[in-house]
Design a binder for this molecule. Structure first.
Ligand code: ADP
Ligand code: MG
Length: 322
């Protein structure tokens, strides 16, 4: 297969959704802007060996490349609309590229996002996706709108992805419960669920929101810096999955993993008088939403100790070129 054959296959597979005037095939796509809406645009690159291990299944590579972009749209409260895909491949091996595209396009369809263009080049394996979403004008969830007194919440559970990464290469025991737990964690690392519907449900309720990609303290500190506030987090409140608790019974080790990142949950802040609305959001979304701390004047993310003392988090989360 050559470049144009691959593009023709992508084009044949993709269905143009609402708002696509002209999709794949011309020099550029033409999209319609809805009155009263704003675009929300985000780009994320996944590089083989940096963002995923070299032996990752191609379907998981395709899935995760789009999932992390959908997670950024979710964190803004945006509805996914369009995406472009810049693909760099060592060779056009259909056994590799077909499952990659299939998983990527299937996830896109599940979230109503149309692939409207891209680029295809030879090079080390990497995928750059630009995701475009929309929000009613002025309603996007931002990092800089948190307020003193807000409660800090996180969706789902934390630490599964970091645990899966830490346990790679560690032999799985014969215990079926352990085996199942290991599979659950591996799935959370390979196929994180972008909290797209939650993000949209939080519009008008949450003050600030971010997705947890680099680690809870690193990501929450972005909200603190942008909003000029300090956060106090109670580590005992951080939600852990049953799989994580089974495999990592030591609470200190578990906490380390829960701060590890790559879970793509949403961390958001909300005024105490609006917290009661979260009960129905959580039940609509079939997703636990857990209060993990509060925001107040000051700066930095602080962990509350069992003795009541606060520790400033200096661990910066995952940073390239660190
Ligand atoms: P150009 O030379 O104008 O950049 P290309 O030959 O690169 O055009 O691309 C032809 C069409 O195919 C364009 O509409 C482009 O957006 C689309 N396209 C190329 N690669 C991809 C890809 N990996 N995924 C989706 N669309 C792609
Ligand atoms: Mg091109």
């Amino acid at each position: 297969m050559r470049e144009f054959d691959l593009i023709a296959r992508i084009r044949a597979r993709v269905r143009d959704g609402e708002g696509v005037v002209l999709g794949i095939g011309d020099d550029a796509a033409i999209l319609t802007i809805d009155p009263g809406e704003q675009w929300v645009v985000s780009t994320d690159t996944l590089v083989s060996g940096v963002h995923f291990p070299l032996d990752t299944r191609p379907a998981d590579v395709g899935y995760k490349a789009l999932a992390v972009n959908l997670s950024d749209l979710a964190a803004m409260g945006a509805k996914p609309r369009f995406a472009t895909l810049a693909l760099s491949l060592p060779s056009v091996d259909s056994g590799f590229v077909e499952p990659l595209l299939e998983a990527l396009i299937a996830l896109g369809e599940a979230h109503g996002i149309s692939l409207v263009g891209g680029d295809t080049t030879r090079g080390p394996l990497s995928l750059t996706i630009t995701a475009i979403g929309s929000v009613p004008a002025g309603s996007a969830l931002r990092r800089d709108c948190a307020q003193a007194g807000d409660a800090v919440y996180v969706s789902g559970a934390l630490g599964d992805a970091a645990a899966a990464l830490a346990l790679r290469g560690v032999a799985i025991g014969a215990d079926p419960a352990e085996k199942l737990a290991r599979e659950r964690l591996a799935q959370r690392l390979a196929r994180p669920t972008p909290r797209v519907a939650l993000g949209q449900a939080l519009r008008g309720i949450a003050h600030a929101c971010i997705d947890v990609s680099d680690g809870l303290t690193a990501d929450l500190s972005h909200i603190c810096v942008a909003s000029g506030l300090a956060a106090v987090i109670d580590p005992l409140l951080l939600p852990a999955s049953r799989a994580l608790s089974t495999l990592v019974p030591d609470p200190d080790r578990r906490l380390q993993l829960q701060l590890g990142g790559d879970d793509y949950e949403l961390c958001f802040t909300i005024a105490p008088e609006h917290e009661s609305q979260l009960t129905s959001v959580a039940s609509d979304q079939h997703l636990p939403l857990t209060r993990i701390g509060t925001l107040g004047p000051g700066s930095g993310v602080h962990l509350l100790g069992a003795d009541g003392r606060l520790t400033l988090c200096t661990r910066g989360g995952y940073q390239h070129f660190a």
